[in-house]
Design a protein around this ligand. Structure first.
Ligand SMILES: NC(=O)c1ccc[n+]([C@@H]2O[C@H](COP(=O)([O-])OP(=O)(O)OC[C@H]3O[C@@H](n4cnc5c(N)ncnc54)[C@H](O)[C@@H]3O)[C@@H](O)[C@H]2O)c1
Length: 261
């Protein structure tokens, strides 16, 4: 029996680690060939190598999603090396943790240039080959921070609310083209963003608390199910979006029950 994404080519930005590598692997397990895109080429190469070892075609591409010329090159190279672009997961993202009083213009621009402008530039470039072939799946990674506000994350929340609004609007623009556009809104996952140096678990520690204890406490207080989600959970929703024809203009939460809208 053939796999649902056999013959399809998917590009995943920020695919070198964290959610992106989990999404890339799930798409390849469903039969897709993968362009793993990241600022960090070495990480992208490692993930592409793992996917090739599973028997799929995969290439690593270095690109900064906040730069238009690099985004165009990313799309061109995917098509040159793998033959088409059918599914695009715009997952690359960054965070910083500061109150509005502490936040500088540079902090705002850094987060919004990658998270919001990056999604715009990627979607702008990716829709062109998809329109020509009359089929495409665009999947943007937003966040529960695109549905709710959080202290010290106003700039990050602004970028993720932007991704949700942009996704729904683009889906409506492309409604008769064979392209669907949806967003994944992850809850909390123990990647660099939570668990790295200067990550949320560190920054939101109580006095005397270890990072591990802070991470456990946040899983308990934020997530009704009481445990964090995984990169593979996000990959499962990406496969669902990639294989659905009539699901478009949706921003679906994978957050253990935190958000209900
Ligand atoms: N971890 C979480 O709890 C969580 C929750 C909700 C949403 N998200 C979102 O999921 C996505 C992935 O986050 P993660 O937790 O895996 O983070 P991560 O920091 O582990 O991975 C992000 C990846 O994006 C790459 N990247 C950063 N800037 C880039 C740029 N300008 N161009 C290309 N690549 C770039 C990094 O090199 C890295 O490989 C982000 O959009 C993030 O906002 C994460």
């Amino acid at each position: 029996m053939s796999l649902p994404l056999e013959g399809k080519v998917a590009l995943v930005t920020g695919g070198g680690q964290g959610l992106g590598q989990g999404i890339a692997k799930r798409l390849s397990e469903a039969g897709g060939d993968i362009a793993v895109v990241d600022l960090m080429l070495q990480n992208a190469e490692k993930v592409a190598g793992d996917i090739r070892a599973m028997g799929r075609r995969a290439v690593a591409i270095q690109a900064d999603v906040s730069k238009w010329d690099q985004v165009q090159r990313m799309v061109d190279q995917t098509i040159e090396k793998l033959g088409s672009l059918d599914i695009a997961v715009n997952n690359a993202g960054v965070i910083s943790i500061k109150s509005v009083a502490e936040l500088t213009e540079e902090d705002w621009d850094f987060v919004n240039d990658v998270n919001a402008k990056g999604v715009f530039l990627c979607c702008k470039a990716e829709q062109e080959p998809m329109k020509k072939q009359g089929w495409g799946r665009i999947i943007n990674v937003a966040s529960i921070a695109g549905k709710e506000g959080f202290p010290d994350l106003a700039h990050y929340c602004a970028s993720k609310f932007a991704v949700v609004g942009f996704t729904i609007s683009l889906a409506k623009e492309l409604k008769r083209t064979g392209i669907t556009v949806n967003a994944i809104c992850p809850g909390i996952i123990g990647t660099q963003m939570w668990y790295g140096p200067n990550g949320l678990a560190e920054k939101w520690k109580n006095p005397g608390e270890t990072m591990e204890a802070s991470w456990k406490r946040h899983q308990d207080i934020l997530i009704p199910q009481g445990e964090a989600q995984t990169p593979e959970d996000m990959g499962d929703l990406a496969v669902y979006f990639a294989t659905s024809k009539h699901v478009t203009a949706q921003a679906i939460n994978v957050d253990g029950g935190f958000t209900s809208h």
